[in-house]
Design a protein around this ligand. Structure first.
Ligand SMILES: Nc1ncnc2c1ncn2[C@@H]1O[C@H](COP(=O)(O)OP(=O)(O)OP(=O)(O)O)[C@@H](O)[C@H]1O
Ligand SMILES: [Mg+2]
Length: 251
């Protein structure tokens, strides 16, 4: 089943130029189209500033855009609470996305109470299940975000998305700030979650790390989609020069 379809997505930003008081248009995303089937992993790859986060923000309904986005065959409706629950966006900067004044148990409880109105023992069980899902133990519940390691914090961010029982997770550079060994663990976590049925859009500037988990790859360069295809084809027979350059950089 087709879960998501992005058609001719375009996003411009108007920015003021320093000193001159003139305005400049930045074309962050320029006519991008793709589809994503349920249960698949799509990687969006490209260098810094190529438009990856902008695509994610548009899909998540955080930006206005030109073009159309369809979710489950219908034009996406961001006012629908169900749609908002089903699509979870994991922000690029994890550290800022956890409230430093809240304990982990409250960070996890908030969305469960909001979406499922659970309380007491049921709420507790649900939180424990989610922590287990991301490979964390109960003891982190009573800690604050700053008391956790980078890898543990990233797991909490993933757990907070999972408590909403999403169908699609958009993960924006979820491992970039982590040590290589921790990166591998988090990639394994995404791999396992996908095997349990979760659909994933995985954003990264590092082509190396998505080879094992993705079904299809989109390569972005300066706002344009320069290549799209199944993972083996992209690695074995890339068409665009830019993709070739990215591949040379990782070998
Ligand atoms: N809020 C904004 N206002 C103005 N320009 C923006 C804004 N957000 C992004 N841009 C510009 O749009 C382009 C694409 O940015 P985007 O954040 O999507 O890139 P990215 O591929 O996610 O990069 P990175 O790998 O560094 O995260 C860049 O030129 C960026 O400067
Ligand atoms: Mg980004």
């Amino acid at each position: 089943m087709q879960l998501l379809a992005v058609r001719n997505l375009k996003k411009n930003y108007i920015v003021e130029r320093l000193f001159t008081e003139t305005k400049q248009t930045v074309i962050a995303v320029d006519d991008v189209s793709f589809e994503l089937k349920k249960g698949k992993v799509l990687a969006i790859v490209g260098e810094s500033g190529s438009g990856k986060t902008t695509i994610a923000r548009c899909i998540a309904g955080l930006e206005d855009y030109d073009g159309e986005i369809f979710y489950k065959g219908k034009k996406i409706n961001y006012k629908d609470k169900e749609t908002r629950r089903q699509i979870q966006y994991i922000f690029q900067n994890t550290y800022n996305s956890l409230n430093p004044k809240m304990k982990i148990k409250d960070i996890l409880a908030e969305p469960i109470i909001f979406h499922f109105a659970l309380s007491g023992k049921e709420l507790q069980l649900e939180m424990l299940k989610c922590l287990k899902n991301v490979g964390l133990k109960e003891d982190v519940m009573h800690k604050y975000p700053h008391e956790l390691s980078g890898g543990q914090r990233q797991r909490i961010v993933i757990a907070r998305a999972l408590v909403m029982k999403p169908e699609l997770i958009i993960a924006d550079e979820p491992v970039s700030s982590l040590d290589v060994s921790i990166q591998a663990q988090i990639m394994k976590l995404f791999y396992d979650l996908n095997k349990k049925g979760l659909t994933v859009i995985f954003i990264t500037h590092d082509l190396r790390i998505v080879k094992l988990i993705s079904d299809e790859i989109i390569v972005m360069h300066r706002g344009k989609m320069v290549e799209k295809g199944f993972v083996n084809k992209i690695y074995k027979k890339p068409e665009s020069d830019y993709t070739k350059k990215l591949l040379e950089a990782v070998i």
